[in-house]
Design a protein around this ligand. Structure first.
Ligand code: PA5
Length: 443
């Protein structure tokens, strides 16, 4: 279902790049399977595609049907791991222009993923005259950005539908036991969905965190989970031919050989947010203790006309991982033009995806010749099963990669630093001393 081609990477690596890492990969595999490595309490995602709560899954499907029936718009409130996965899958499987496409369900807007007043006003303006529902997603229930956004949209719903009416349009996805959002949802009687204790934000797309908004977009979440379950089964098998082992080993070998940046590239504009999801997954999992590849992403061919120059001839810092979809969904034939002013009649009758494939093959060789190792991950197409596979592949390889690097891939201690400064500067009680120190530095 998925292939990882390392042939354009190996010329840059020592011969034993994979064999020398097999024992460490086996240790990493065992830690993921048993959940007894660093951060093992957060490896609930490993068996999730098999062990997920089937009762809750049915409730997610029912809630999505309800929202699709009674709402012209859905506002999805969340940030980081409570945002990126849902948007990535909606865009990849439906469209980056989802709200403009012909649909049989609500428009979907994302809010609470930043603090821009202008962005907030725009979403308010787009939904206020429509029937809308809100899915507020926060595992901790205390994150500032979604909490502020939820206050705003809750007030808007209450103004529009009354307090009781608003409650039937709010869906809360949060911790099963604790947190501010959990308390509020219990008190108000919102329909609740759970972020499992053992699943951290960036690994949560296949829980209610991602699945409810994704189902509201009309995606078959059963098929998505089926693809992930197939990946779980395939990738749990140890061996040098395991694509997750190959990917994790190659990127680790490239990193130890001096490559500090991994660029994720795809030739599908709908992949852009998947790249954002992937950056969080790898950046938060590996970037600690002053170690880790810096994850970047590009959209080809568009970025060949911007970042292409640097990739070809700039500092040799990076390698590329290209995600290739073997099939396009549709075909677009290039027309014949009697004037042939652009000289492109040699392409007349050819399919646009043929041109894209040649662009990809040519770019790969050009970049390899320019000294940029290339890994190619091929999936059959933009369908639910393939995307389920791809999600699980990157999650699993990320767990392996973190252990190869010698870090805990499931914590994110560095994220707290900005929060503490922000709380202090906002005047949060208990942060007075820090506030004074920060203000003195900033004045
Ligand atoms: O991966 C993570 O843990 C983070 O990106 C969180 O998902 C993000 O900070 C949002 O947290 P919460 O869901 O608690 O609001």
């Amino acid at each position: 279902m998925l292939e990882c081609n390392v042939s354009n990477t190996t010329p840059f690596l020592p011969e034993d790049w994979l064999t020398s890492r097999l024992p460490a990969l086996e240790r990493a595999r065992a830690m993921l399977e048993k959940g007894d490595g660093p951060g093992g309490a957060f490896t609930g995602w490993v068996h999730l595609p098999r062990d997920y709560d089937k009762g809750e899954f049915s409730r997610i499907q029912a809630a999505a049907e309800r929202i699709r029936g009674d709402s012209q718009a859905l506002v999805v409130i969340g940030i980081g791991g409570s945002y990126l996965g849902a948007r990535a899958v909606v865009e990849l499987l439906r469209s980056p222009n989802f709200n403009l496409t012909r649909r049989d369900g609500p428009e979907i807007y994302f809010a609470g993923n930043g603090l821009s007043s202008d962005a907030m006003l725009e979403v308010i303006d787009l939904v206020k005259d429509k029937d809308f529902s809100v899915n507020v997603i926060s595992k901790s229930g205390t994150t500032t950005e979604p909490a502020v956004a939820f206050r705003i949209f809750k007030a808007l719903l209450e103004e529009k539908y009354g307090k009781e009416g608003a409650k039937t349009r709010i869906y809360a996805t949060t911790d099963a036991h604790r947190g501010g959002l959990k308390g509020l949802a219990d008190a108000e009687g919102y329909e609740e969905f759970v972020v499992p204790d053992a699943v951290g934000g960036r690994y949560s797309v296949l829980t209610a965190v991602g699945l409810l908004p994704i189902a509201c977009a009309g995606v078959d979440i059963g098929a998505l989970m089926e693809g992930a379950a197939q990946a779980m089964e395939a990738l749990s098998r140890p061996g040098a031919d395991n694509p997750a082992w190959q990917y994790a080993a190659a990127r680790h070998a490239l990193y130890t050989g001096g490559r500090k940046v991994e660029i994720l590239a795809a030739y599908e504009p709908s992949f852009r947010f998947f790249g954002e999801w992937w950056k969080q997954l790898y950046g938060e999992s590996e970037g600690k203790e002053h170690k880790g590849l810096f994850p970047a992403s590009v959209e080809f061919t568009a970025d060949l006309h911007s970042m292409g120059q640097y990739i070809q001839e700039g500092e040799r810092l990076m390698f590329e991982t290209v995600v290739r979809f073997a099939r396009s969904r549709g075909s677009v034939a290039i027309p014949h033009d009697p004037d042939n002013v652009d000289g492109l009649n040699f392409l007349a009758g050819k399919d646009l995806s043929f041109v894209a494939e040649q662009a990809m093959r040519g770019t790969l060789l050009a970049h390899v010749d320019g000294g940029v190792p290339n890994l190619v991950v091929t999936v059959p197409g933009r369908c639910e099963k393939s995307v389920g596979w791809l999600i699980y592949f990157f999650e699993y390889a990320c767990g392996l990669s973190g252990y190869l690097l010698g870090v805990n891939p499931f914590d994110q201690p560095g994220v707290e630093a900005y929060k503490n400064n922000m709380y202090a500067l906002l005047g949060k009680p208990g942060y007075e001393e820090r506030r004074a120190a920060l203000e003195a530095r900033l004045s």
